[in-house]
Design a protein around this ligand. Structure first.
Ligand SMILES: [Zn+2]
Length: 104
């Protein structure tokens, strides 16, 4: 039996934002241009801004989401080509960055 474990890795948050699909209940959004309603199981690139997706995350895979194991498994099975990142990590980093840029 296999389990999922998160791996910590240094990353460029701008690079992630430029190539990230954020999965919601059914469809996904493009992190770069905020386009909504993207069919994440198929989309290789954003239909609006044209970025190529390399990363994927889900709003429903947080610490408090009881079904997050099933959510992660479903998304990873549909998109083994994308790197699954943690949504809470992503929000925390982009939130800190926005605060820094706001106070500059
Ligand atoms: Zn886009």
């Amino acid at each position: 039996m296999s389990f999922y474990i998160r791996i910590w890795q240094a990353c460029d948050i701008h690079e992630i934002t430029k190539n990230l699909l954020i999965v919601g209940d059914v469809t996904a959004d493009c992190a770069a241009c905020r386009e909504l309603g993207i069919a994440y199981a198929q989309a290789k690139s954003c239909p609006k801004c044209g970025v190529t997706f390399r990363f994927i995350t889900s709003r429903l895979a947080g610490k408090l989401d009881l079904n997050r194991g099933a959510t992660v498994k479903r998304i990873k099975e549909r998109r083994p080509d994308l790197t699954f990142i943690d949504y809470e990590d992503y929000k925390e980093i982009t939130g800190k960055q926005q605060a820094r840029e706001f106070f500059k």
